[in-house]
Design a binder for this molecule. Sequence first.
Ligand SMILES: NC(=O)c1ccc[n+]([C@@H]2O[C@H](COP(=O)([O-])OP(=O)(O)OC[C@H]3O[C@@H](n4cnc5c(N)ncnc54)[C@H](O)[C@@H]3O)[C@@H](O)[C@H]2O)c1
Ligand SMILES: O=C(O)C(=O)C[C@]1(C(=O)O)C=C[C@@H](O)C=C1
Length: 306
Amino acid sequence: MSTEALFGQVTLIGIGLIGSSIARALKGVKLADRVVAADLSPGVIARVTELGIADEATTDLAAAVRQADLVICCVPVGAMGLVAEVIGPHLKPGCIVSDVGSTKGSIVAQMAPHMPAGVHLIPAHPVAGTEHSGPDSGFAALFQDRWCIITPVPGSDQAAVDKLAAFWQALGSKTEVMAPDHHDLVLAITSHVPHLIAYNIVGTASDLEQVTESEVIKFSAGGFRDFTRIAASDPTMWRDVFLHNKEAVLEVLGRFTEDLIALQRNIRWGQGDQLFDLFTRTRAIRRSIIDQRQDTADPDFGRGRK
Ligand SMILES: NC(=O)c1ccc[n+]([C@@H]2O[C@H](COP(=O)([O-])OP(=O)(O)OC[C@H]3O[C@@H](n4cnc5c(N)ncnc54)[C@H](O)[C@@H]3O)[C@@H](O)[C@H]2O)c1
Ligand SMILES: O=C(O)C(=O)C[C@]1(C(=O)O)C=C[C@@H](O)C=C1
């Protein structure tokens, strides 16, 4: 191992949008002496080899982790337990095992039972992504100026937590430590329920196509188009997110439904002041998010692109 690199071998498991983005980002920084890519799909491994984004690419998960100092699981949330079960017996003592899953409580529940003594399980979630998936959709700058939430479990080794935070910071992320359950509630409102709303509105519009003779898609305006981008997100990934963050999503959905019914009532009874007050409050929230993102020089935000 060279003296500068934070890790000797980093193994990435699941080389889709997120795994391939980490692999690409690792090319530009001196964080690992060696990067090994592993995926269940031979097609993905063939493509990763063509792209040349890892030092080695394999479908053999056990072999991929044997020499690893850091393993990051980048598979759908519902596959994390299976991966942990396969790699668990082959991990070396002192190895840090992490992930990028969009839910955190269920990751701990699925993975912790398979971690041998002396291995540090430190779950994490880079809050950065797109509606695309697969190894061709990744890009090195994905994590730049984005949050990565680290959710240690009780008894987690502080040195391992700090090392993982240093890893994400070197990829350009800002890091924050949070309890897994709190993460799941925060992300239910900021990411999971918004995706569910997008899937639902696009589904409703598609059902209405028959009534309107295909005019819904033809005349789709900006607002609807924004929803279709989100609703184009990967079906496997999002099915797993909802099944694995059930309690928090149902909690937020309950509040959302109550607020929607209040809006319905405002419209029915012509309560314009209530509508105006809410829309004024929400406009201010959008502006404060733009101000925050401009502070971090996000080039895509607040210029009509996001
Ligand atoms: N897409 C996003 O915007 C985003 C953002 C942040 C976090 N995440 C999280 O990152 C993870 C990966 O998402 P993605 O968008 O990169 O998905 P993706 O579909 O692009 O890639 C997933 C990869 O995992 C592989 N895989 C599936 N099951 C496997 C198994 N059992 N063993 C080995 N490989 C397996 C697939 O072959 C695929 O190559 C998910 O947990 C997701 O919740 C996604
Ligand atoms: O920008 C998008 O397309 C995303 O959906 C990214 C997004 C999000 O909701 O912000 C989606 C899921 C991840 O867990 C993290 C990020």
